[in-house]
Design a protein around this ligand. Structure first.
Ligand code: ZN
Length: 368
């Protein structure tokens, strides 16, 4: 019987959110599920083995299928694939397919085509390059014949006994398992791959995802005997903001900009200041609530840019802490957030320390 191994333990680039790319929503479902579903649907495999980083277990919580086994991967790709081979050894497999979770767009037809080749030790789909190819060796760059450049894809299929032997004794880093065969001068059968079967590497690969932008603005009066919350951070101050909630203009402007980007109205509609249940509520609770709503609708935050306009306090002293809090609230990484502190040169009510204002622009990506 055959086994299908999906390598998904890599950290990869987390280009949209803190979620690793293989668990990011891609064309309607988590990227890894495209591979899982096709492997199951093909009826070619007795078991589908997911090799993951144990930290990512949460993303597979709802996965219940006795054909699927989840195991922990290793540090490098070669460690992960060896762990998978060790795991399936007890089933005495004939063939094993090894596949990258970052290639969700292969077809079931390709699986069947690969499966038809019975005798080869290694079957690997490949494409030739459309671009002219050069090869750099130390300082010398030479021309390569384009049609002789093989760009290999996964899934790749191997005779279990052969690859297991090779993987056990391998000490070198590899980028795909067919390298083990080539490194040992063993024959690999190359078959035509699929143009659509590309590796999802960059943000642009999410072709069906559209970016949209939202703007937010808020201002609160500064009065004595009120607490001062900015960006979710409590700041020691003799004056604080007046407001129905905790009066955090930064979180309110962020919330509004997110709602704007997702075309979901505004903060006043969602949390009316006429309602007692929102009296003195922490704005962190409101923002978290909105984040859950936009996530359930398939939106991901791309970046948030914030201007805090105030004479006092000096924003630069609190920037880092605020960014940390906002990144946790929005479930994004700190490098997706930017804060700028501005004054109004002592002009107007902000200049006279009677008010504090904040403006924000957020961009979001909607998954198809
Ligand atoms: Zn407000």
């Amino acid at each position: 019987m055959n086994y299908f191994v999906i390598l998904a333990a890599g950290k990869g680039n987390r280009f949209i959110s803190k979620i690793p790319k293989q668990y990011t929503n891609y064309n309607g479902k988590k990227m890894i599920f495209h591979s899982i579903d096709k492997a199951l649907k093909s009826n070619l495999f007795r078991k589908v083995i997911l090799v993951i980083n144990p930290k990512d277990k949460q993303y597979l919580r709802n996965l219940k299928n006795n054909k699927i086994k989840i195991i922990s991967g290793g540090k490098e790709r070669m460690d992960s694939s060896l762990k998978a081979l060790n795991f399936i050894k007890k089933y005495k497999p004939k063939k094993v397919f090894i596949h990258d979770a970052a290639r969700p767009d292969f077809s079931i037809h390709l699986l069947k085509k690969i499966n038809k080749f019975n005798l080869s030790d290694a079957i690997v789909p490949y494409l030739t390059s459309d671009n002219s190819a050069k090869y750099k060796d130390k300082t010398k760059i030479s021309n390569l014949k384009r049609e002789n450049v093989y760009l290999t894809q996964t899934p790749q299929c191997f005779k279990f006994n052969t690859i297991y032997k090779l993987a056990k004794k391998n000490k070198k880093k590899i980028t795909d398992e067919s390298s083990l065969f080539l490194n040992n001068n063993l024959k690999v059968k190359f078959i035509k791959g699929e143009i659509t079967n590309k590796k999802i590497t960059y943000l642009n690969d999410f072709v069906n995802n559209k970016i949209s932008y939202g703007i937010g603005f808020d201002v609160h009066r500064l009065v004595p005997k009120r607490k001062l919350y900015l960006g979710g951070l409590k700041i020691q101050s003799k004056i604080g903001t007046l407001g129905h909630s905790d009066g955090d203009p930064v979180l309110h402007a962020i919330t509004d900009s997110i709602l704007g980007a997702c075309k979901l109205g505004d903060i006043g509609e969602k949390f009316s200041d006429q309602k007692n249940k929102f009296k003195n509520i922490r704005s962190t609770v409101l923002l978290k609530n909105i984040i859950n709503i936009i996530k359930s609708k398939g939106y991901l935050i791309n970046n948030i840019d914030i201007n805090i306009i105030t004479e006092t306090p000096k924003i630069k002293n609190y920037k880092k802490k605020m960014i940390n809090i906002i990144s946790k609230l929005c479930d994004i990484s700190i490098n997706q957030i930017n804060i700028k502190g501005k004054t109004t040169e002592k002009l107007g009510i902000i200049g006279k320390e009677k008010a504090i204002a904040c403006e924000v622009i957020t961009s979001v990506i909607k998954n198809a």
